[in-house]
Design a protein around this ligand. Structure first.
Ligand SMILES: [Zn+2]
Length: 81
């Protein structure tokens, strides 16, 4: 599975996977929760190993992916496949 890490100026790093964004919880970055976890109670989440490889994925969302009018600007720091 492939995901991207996006770093936007002045914002936290987010994980982008199939159009959905995930926020990291704590350090090191092992747990990633859907950005709608708090607002919509979405249960989609990832668990990564120390190398950034996905070891667990629950990708069932209770909402549609966020719509971006523009591609998020940010620096791509890692791409896993
Ligand atoms: Zn979600």
């Amino acid at each position: 599975m492939e995901y991207k890490i996006i770093t936007a100026p002045g914002q936290k790093q987010v994980m982008l996977f199939r159009g959905y964004t995930f926020s990291f919880k704590g350090m090191p970055r092992i747990y990633a929760y859907c950005s709608k976890y708090y607002t919509l109670g979405c249960k989609a989440r990832f668990r990564l190993d120390k190398d950034g490889k996905i070891v667990y994925a629950d990708t069932i969302h209770n909402h549609n992916p966020p719509v971006y009018r523009r591609t998020p600007v940010g620096k791509l720091v890692k791409v896993m496949s």
